[in-house]
Design a protein around this ligand. Structure first.
Ligand SMILES: Nc1ncnc2c1ncn2[C@@H]1O[C@H](COP(=O)(O)OP(=O)(O)OP(=O)(O)O)[C@@H](O)[C@H]1O
Length: 231
């Protein structure tokens, strides 16, 4: 089943001054259960593409369909709902809410979805366990390491049971031990639960773990390869 279909996406910034053609006609689709990296040099359009796929920004031209729904037809409040329920986001700077504990950060999205307190607590604890943070539920982000904060961010992204997770350079601020740890957790969730991950990265260690690598250069897809991985 296709979760994402992008058709001929273009993005022009500053269209009325000095235009920047960040994306120049990008088409691809992603099936359920993929573990896909978007790679390419700085400025090639990775973040722009992820923002458009996530409905955080709109394309200048082209069509983006998520779970069969054309995003351009959604009004702003419907789009917010759609993002909340369908897409999990992980950013390079973690973006956790500083005054909330790890458990509260994970629970918030489920509260917005209207889940009962018991259901939220159970699922938050289950997710904390899945990312190896059992016992840290009452810690605030400032009391956690970068790697632990990013694992909370992954748990938070999964809390709403989204169709897929978008991660924009999730390991950019992590040391190599935390990078490996986070990747192992993501890969395990992908293998065990079939969670679909799409992440952008510069990091060769992260690229090595991907099952599909889409390479962008200057706003265009220049290669799209399925990898043969060692078990
Ligand atoms: N809000 C904006 N206004 C104008 N130009 C922008 C804006 N955002 C991005 N750009 C330009 O669009 C191009 C693509 O940027 P984008 O951030 O998508 O690249 P990237 O591949 O994610 O880069 P990096 O790896 O450095 O994060 C770049 O030339 C960038 O300068």
């Amino acid at each position: 089943m296709k979760v994402i279909e992008a058709k001929n996406i273009t993005k022009v910034y500053n269209a009325d001054k000095v235009p920047v053609n960040a994306l120049r006609g990008v088409s691809f689709s992603v099936d359920k259960g993929e573990f896909t990296a978007i790679v390419g040099p700085s400025g090639c359009g990775k973040s722009t593409l992820l923002n458009i796929v996530g409905g955080l920004d709109s394309p200048s031209e082209g069509e983006i369909t998520i779970d069969g729904k054309d995003l351009s037809n959604l009004k702003e409040n419907k789009l917010i709902d759609f993002r909340l329920n369908k897409i999990g986001f992980v950013f390079q700077s973690y973006n956790l809410i500083p005054v909330l504990t790890a458990k509260e950060n994970i629970s918030l999205i489920m509260e917005l979805q209207g889940l009962s307190k018991k259901a939220r607590d159970d699922r938050a604890m289950e997710l904390l366990k899945a990312v190896g943070l059992e016992g840290k539920e009452h810690k605030k982000p400032s009391e956690l390491s970068g790697g632990q904060q990013q694992r909370v961010a992954v748990a938070r992204a999964l809390a709403s049971e989204p169709s897929f997770i978008l991660a924009d350079e999730p390991t950019a601020n992590l040391d190599s031990v935390s990078t490996n740890n986070l990747l192992d957790i993501m890969a395990e969730m992908n293998r065990e639960k079939g969670t679909t991950f799409i992440f952008s990265t510069h990091d060769q260690r992260v690229i090595n773990k991907a099952r599909r690598v889409i390479k962008l250069d200057d706003g265009l897809i220049v290669s799209d390869d399925n990898m043969v991985l060692n078990p």
